[in-house]
Ligand binder design. Structure first.
Ligand SMILES: [Cu+2]
Length: 630
């Protein structure tokens, strides 16, 4: 089963929330965020006994200053409610005997507690009643339980039901669990607000373990440590999870029914991993550089600052929402911060660096009435071009050659640039208020100002740069470009081509998915024909930097996918298993990068198709690029 969110899904989720009757709570229960370090219940002689209860309470995912949300959640009976719900963690083979009490005013359907696991099991619990559930946790892995009341589907749950769920972690029998391993539930709360243009209630937000940035958990690591993180996505949305500065290894992936632990040959390295609703993923990574770093969802709306959805996008004036008037990055939602202490002395690279001047501009009435942005290289004719053309210039870098990039902000608001996928020093990483260490923290670049950052790319491959400020608007409206790092002395391969997928302007409203921006390919809705040498291997460097949407991409002969090979993912050389020839059709999420090899015979014509997943083509026309073998 493939589950996506999608624009359509979003509309559905928010709509299903409107009809939800508010549950009235008799007590002043306040939810406790659950960091999933302590498990619930009593384990005796291979049986875990636990009593759970669903109630309604107040949730403050951003602490005492943020939104006050009333929602249903789970508790250990008689204790305070938790988001996510109490952790059930047992060795494989354990029998779990749960008594679940439904203290809500509606009947509840509970999923994931049963021998079949995931959506395959459900139990109905009438309002005010108990059910006893017994099942065996037979297979090691990460799973979930999740419930719905007024929502028709547990996958597309409305706001009131959206926090009804928790993690089930099954450890291998006889193996001492790794105490360093951490577990994260991803949840979302959101509802409609028909009085604002975006249609989204300004309190809508996403959370890791019940907390939204800047309240989400902070991690202290030391250079050379390793972190082992499992994510269980019990939100109705997909999330491309992105790590700054380092690669992570993907160790396991699951769907709630089965958790597949990868063999050494199946493990893969990435900086962005796409997690569909009710999927699970196990990642590990090791910081070999010190400083502050973030791990976040690459959907701009899932880390959007308060006020971002309904900002005025027509006037070149910083508005009053607080989006721009700060030296910090006012993200919110799915962001974790890690601070890595140096081990021993820190050696910084020298100052000799190739200078690059990168200018950031903005202009009104580029996307209809709305502002457009673009990058231009200083000293090139593009600097005089005021059409705000996209993508930005390709930055051609050499492995091991230090570059010093002077970022010149000629826009009307703060600027910050992230060098996505590059293993660099923290300060240069581009997250204002976070990147850097000690007292040397990267600031925002205010309008009219400039800042120089330097880094030495250690790896040849395809990467990108993009805005890390007001992303919900700036990513969809022009601030992105490719980085190609080559081996020292290597010249451009005549058979390589760049395919960059982006947005044709900002998302103004979620009310009508038909109004969503379409996908641009290399800055065009109707891209020029791309000629490649016939009969020889061409390398396609494919990047998705849409703000909010994954893309189904395929290379078609007529309507049938041809074969291609994935030779790199996120700039890292692919494993032998990844790079075997396969049908040329896959999903690429925002923040993902693939290098693909394909052969187009002489005289043959292929179509590179970029479509919104699971969306009817007559409402969401795909963007088509003709590729011709010469
Ligand atoms: Cu997300």
């Amino acid at each position: 089963m493939r589950l996506h969110t999608l624009p359509l899904g979003l509309a559905l989720v928010l709509t299903s929330g409107v009809a939800a009757a508010p549950h009235v709570s008799n007590n002043a229960d306040v939810v406790v965020p659950n960091d999933n370090r302590l498990h619930a219940g009593r384990l005796v002689n291979g049986v875990l006994t636990v009593r759970l209860q669903a109630r309604t309470a107040i949730w403050r995912p951003e602490g005492s200053k943020g939104p006050i949300i009333t929602t249903a959640a789970f508790a250990v009976e008689g204790e305070r409610l938790q988001i996510p719900g109490p952790l059930l963690r047992v060795p494989a083979g354990t029998e779990i005997r749960a008594t679940v009490h439904n203290s809500l005013l509606q009947p509840m359907w509970l999923y994931g507690m049963g021998n079949k696991r995931g959506m395959a099991d459900s139990v109905a619990i009438p309002a005010g009643e108990d059910r006893e559930i017994s099942f065996r946790a037979s297979e090691p892995g990460a799973y979930y339980y999740a419930a719905r009341t007024v929502s028709k589907s547990v996958v597309n749950r409305g706001p009131h039901d959206s926090q009804l769920g928790g993690l089930i972690i099954v450890d291998s029998a006889g193996v001492r669990p790794d105490a360093r391993e951490r577990f994260f539930a991803i949840t979302m709360w959101g509802s409609q607000d028909p009085t604002v243009e975006s249609g989204i209630n300004a309190n809508s937000l996403f959370a890791f373990n019940g907390q939204s940035w800047p309240r989400s958990e902070r991690f202290e690591l030391t250079q050379g440590d390793s972190a082992h993180w499992r994510f269980v996505n019990i939100s109705s949305f997909d999330h491309p999870l992105h790590l700054h500065g380092f690669y992570f290894r993907v160790n396991a992936k699951g769907d709630g029914v089965r958790d597949t632990l990868y063999t050494a040959a199946e493990q893969r390295m990435a900086v962005t991993e796409y997690v569909a609703p009710f999927q699970t993923v196990a990642l590990s990574w090791s910081p070999d550089r010190s400083g502050n770093w973030i791990f976040h969802c690459h959907f701009a709306g899932h880390i959007a600052a308060s006020g971002a959805f309904d900002a005025d996008r027509t006037i070149l004036k910083p508005h009053a929402s607080g989006l721009h008037g700060t030296n910090e990055h006012r993200m919110r939602g799915l962001v974790l911060q890690m601070s890595v202490k140096p081990r021993g002395s820190v050696t910084m690279a020298g100052n000799a660096a190739r200078p690059i001047r990168l200018i950031v501009r903005s202009k009104t009435k580029v996307y209809g009435a709305n502002i457009g942005y673009s990058y231009a290289l200083g000293g090139t004719p593009d600097e005089q071009d005021t059409t705000m053309k996209v993508p930005g210039p390709v930055l051609e870098l050499a492995r091991g050659e230090r570059v010093a990039i002077n970022i010149v902000n000629r826009t009307h608001e703060n600027a910050a640039i992230h060098w996505h996928g590059i293993e660099l020093e923290s300060y240069s990483d581009g997250v204002a208020g976070v990147s850097g260490e000690g007292r040397r923290i990267l600031p925002m670049i205010p309008p009219g100002d400039s800042l120089t950052v330097a880094f030495t790319p250690p790896r040849a491959g395809t990467f990108m740069y993009h805005s890390h400020s007001n992303e919900f608007q700036q990513l969809a409206s022009g601030l992105y470009g490719a980085i190609i790092v080559r081996e020292p002395g290597a010249t451009k391969d005549p058979n390589e081509r760049l395919i960059m997928i982006s947005d044709d302007g900002p998302i103004l409203s979620f009310k009508n998915p038909k109004d969503f921006p379409r996908a641009l390919v290399n800055g065009r809705l109707l891209p020029d024909t791309m000629d490649v040498a016939g009969g020889v291997t061409a390398r396609l460097r494919l990047i998705n930097i849409r703000a909010e949407f994954p893309s189904d991409v395929s290379l078609l002969d007529g309507d049938k996918p041809v074969q291609w090979r994935i030779v790199a993912k996120d700039g890292m050389t692919a494993t032998p298993l990844q790079s075997s020839a396969r049908a040329a059709a896959m999903l690429i999420a925002p923040g993902e990068i693939y290098d693909l090899e394909v052969v187009v015979p002489p005289g043959a014509v292929r179509t590179f198709r970029v479509a919104l997943p699971d969306a009817p083509p007559h409402l969401f026309p795909p963007t088509l690029l003709t590729v011709r073998g010469r």
